[in-house]
Design a protein around this ligand. Structure first.
Ligand code: SF4
Length: 346
């Protein structure tokens, strides 16, 4: 039988399939509610749907979960999931505890083509985009995995891959993650996309979604940024910040600028002052991320005093600044590290 994973469909595709089979379109939200709200693994349990319809669905669709290959739990409670996809590829998702809630960091591609110098995923190259179903399944399956009541409140696209390079599938996944009629019902303001700066996609992202935007900036001059992030050669800092200025922000929101602090590369007081000036005309908040040293990368983490001085300068310029320390350092610290461990052992 040619089964399709129903999680790969968006609601419009399901409605159109139902109509082609003379089934009322309202059934679509009933079916999807079972899958996302009630975590159904088979059509048989959908007791408010007629038996003949359930049989038709079973003949054409499956409801697939990802195959969990390995999980690791760090001393700080961070839990990493390594999933195997049906073509044998691996992706990872990370569940991060923060006070009384969790943030889930999900992947959007197998590998990544952006080649950022500080990133372990970049070293693995790009294999393919994730399907909409593979993106949504990371959230749905991890929600289902929690035995204790989980306060999973935030979803961030900061795992493997550049989400805006897989635009259509990511937007379709966000629609399912945020829909509160039949989907996973996460509030849009609790979902964040982090991009290396695919400027051409920013206007449509602002129109198509109400989620939060984070920009991985990491430098204050084009020479340094192009060295760290090759995407900067195509979309230099001025173009990127101009697109941010025009970005259709939701009321009372700010764009988050992520800045990985790397010793003697971008961590000087001059850099901090330049950063404050660059973001001056943007509704911005800043996340400072001390570099997480890993094998095969010569970059170093700055001293605590350097990190604090950098932060102070930004605070003096009235920015909201958070220092984000990498969680799960004792398991597989940097993004892509769990997958790398598997690939090396394969
Ligand atoms: S930092 Fe993000 S965009 Fe850059 S290579 Fe890594 S996964 Fe890709």
């Amino acid at each position: 039988m040619g089964y399709i994973n129903i999680i790969d469909l968006d609601i419009e595709q399901l409605v159109s399939w139902l109509e082609d089979h003379n089934i009322k379109p309202y059934r679509a939200s009933q079916i999807l509610k079972w899958i996302y709200r009630w975590q159904a693994d088979s059509f048989d349990v959908m007791t408010d749907i007629k038996k003949e319809i359930r049989e038709q669905l079973s003949l054409n669709f499956t409801i697939k979960r990802l195959e969990t290959i390995r999980t690791e739990i760090s001393k700080d409670g961070t839990k990493k999931y390594l999933f195997k996809l049906k073509d044998g590829q691996y992706i990872e998702s990370v569940l991060i505890p923060e006070k009384n809630r969790y943030t889930l960091c999900i992947s959007s591609q197998v590998g990544c083509a952006q080649g950022c110098r500080f990133c372990l995923t970049a070293k693995q190259g790009f294999t393919r985009n994730l399907t909409k179903g593979e993106i949504v399944a990371q959230v749905r399956d991890i929600l289902n995995d929690q035995i204790d009541p989980v306060h999973l409140t935030n979803i961030v696209f900061m795992g493997m891959g550049e989400p805006l390079a897989n635009y259509r599938n990511v937007i379709s996944a966000i629609n399912t993650i945020t829909d509160n009629q039949w989907g996973l019902a996460f509030a849009s303001r609790k979902v964040t996309i982090s991009t290396a700066g695919i400027v051409s996609k920013l206007p449509s992202l602002g129109r198509d979604t109400k989620i939060n935007l984070a920009i991985s900036l990491n430098a204050t001059d084009n020479k340094t940024r192009s060295m760290l992030m090759p995407i900067n050669r195509k979309y230099p800092i001025e173009k990127l910040l101009d697109a941010c200025r025009r970005y259709q922000l939701q009321p009372r929101r700010k764009i988050t600028f992520e800045y990985i602090l790397i010793k003697k590369i971008n961590d000087s007081p001059e850099n901090a002052n330049r950063l404050a000036k660059l973001l001056g005309s943007i509704k911005a908040k800043i996340n400072l991320i001390p570099f997480n040293e890993h094998e095969g990368c010569s970059f170093k983490r700055p001293a605590e005093s350097v990190i604090n001085d950098f932060r102070e300068i930004l605070l003096d310029n009235n920015y909201t600044v958070v220092i984000r320390h990498s969680k799960g350092r004792d398991i597989s610290a940097a993004c892509g590290q769990l997958r790398a461990a598997i690939s090396n052992n394969a």
